[in-house]
Design a protein around this ligand. Structure first.
Ligand code: NDP
Length: 360
């Protein structure tokens, strides 16, 4: 069986062997009135893919094909689709469903809908089919989570914006990033590098907060106004109570001294975490944020409106994703995921070569 009854994709069958990808047939959910079938051209590799396939986030529905930074061509659209036309170049991020009826959905907070489903690893209600991601030939997605890609962005540079870019962009705009604000981005990985690029594009004074100085030259090239390395002795001292907003994108928490990071915030400054480290997480005492009355929160992806605004801003301001392209294959995936595991990517892998792998 081939498209439209079956897709092909690279799955992990056992988290113990999370670098061993198998090219399998994938069963898509039944084609719905609002669905768009997309032939994939490119897909970014997110740290969430790694947390998922390696079992770091706990049990998953294996075998599983991950990947949620997808760009492709819309092949066919359901009879009730109005947002996307066949032939259009489109993107899909990490979310593929919400009810669109609840209080949250109606307020452009669909990423917080209680019924939201992820692009991969979610069980589609009624059918029991597990959603499969973009390390594959096609995806089938409700039009609300399918976004036209502007001509000014190449597929390989747009793809990582659909999760990493959005995860950085949404908390920046929701928390007042702009001229006159001093914004810090913790962690210079895929999301973090977009944090720097978008905070700068939004007009804020932008600082990178990384563990070592190894990424300092790149941060400056991305437009960062300042750089802090947390491996330096008393690294927080010169910067205490000087930041309005800090977005924390760290994917790990080993050696993470939250108290020192929070000390950087001005009175009622905001600490917004998007990183989702494995393990039990950090403890924080009220006393820790007494000195500056800072506010601690988190953020999940972003809304459709925010995706469209982000892509527009990226074109207008020439936001240029830093990507390393890897041809999709079992071997390519093994290399890329291993390098991501070793923090050895500048700053996002994008999978390309889909036609070569799956046919034009
Ligand atoms: P990357 O691996 O590309 O980057 C993570 C960065 O975190 C690293 O480059 C490193 O930066 C920093 N880091 C890692 N370990 C530590 C540590 N122990 N202490 C301090 N900093 C650390 O990951 P992504 O950018 O793809 O994703 C980041 C996190 O965000 C992941 O946990 C991911 O699952 C999550 N995520 C959250 C979403 C949301 O909606 N909230 C959506 C998508 C992903 P440096 O070398 O500069 O120190």
């Amino acid at each position: 069986m081939v498209y439209p009854d079956s897709f092909k994709g690279f799955q992990i069958e056992d988290p113990k062997n999370w670098t061993e990808f198998h090219l399998n047939d994938l069963k898509p959910k039944p084609f719905g009135d609002f669905d768009v079938d997309i032939k994939i051209l490119a897909c970014g590799i997110c740290a969430s893919d790694l947390h998922t396939i390696s079992g770091g986030w706990g049990e998953q529905h294996f075998p599983l094909c991950v990947g949620h930074e997808i760009v492709g061509t819309a092949l066919r659209v359901g009879p009730k689709v109005t947002l996307i036309k066949p032939g259009e170049r489109v993107g899909v991020g990490a979310q593929s469903y919400s009810c669109l009826q609840c209080r949250q959905c109606k307020a452009d907070n669909e990423t917080y809908c209680r019924h939201q489903l992820d692009t991969y690893g979610a069980v589609w209600p009624e059918t029991g089919i597990v959603s499969q991601g973009g390390y594959s030939s096609h995806v089938r997605t409700h039009e609300h989570w399918v976004f036209p890609i502007p001509d000014g962005l190449s597929s390989e540079k747009a793809a990582p914006m659909l999760c990493a870019g959005l995860t950085a962009y949404s908390p920046l705009v929701r928390n007042g990033c702009g001229p006159g604000k001093k914004v810090g981005i913790v962690g210079m990985g895929g999301i973090g590098h977009f944090g720097l690029l978008f905070a700068k594009a939004l007009g804020a004074e932008t600082w990178a907060i990384s563990r070592t100085h190894s990424k300092e030259a790149d941060a400056k090239k991305m437009g960062a106004d300042g750089f802090i390395a947390t491996a330096d002795k008393d690294w927080n001292e010169p910067h205490i109570m000087t930041f309005d907003l800090i977005i924390n994108t760290a994917s790990g928490s080993d050696g993470f001294d939250l108290e020192k990071y929070l000390s950087l915030l001005d009175v009622h400054g905001k600490w917004v975490s998007v990183g989702l480290p494995e393990g039990s997480g950090q403890e924080v005492k009220t006393q820790t944020f007494m000195t500056n009355g800072c506010l601690i929160g988190a953020s999940h992806l972003g809304s459709r409106k925010e995706v469209l605004a982000m892509l527009k801003l990226a074109v207008e301001k020439g936001v240029d994703s830093w990507v390393e392209e890897v041809e999709i294959s079992a071997e390519g995936l093994k290399t890329a995921l291993t390098r991501l595991h070793n923090n050895d990517v500048r700053y996002r892998f994008t999978l390309t070569g889909y036609d070569k792998c799956f046919g034009a």
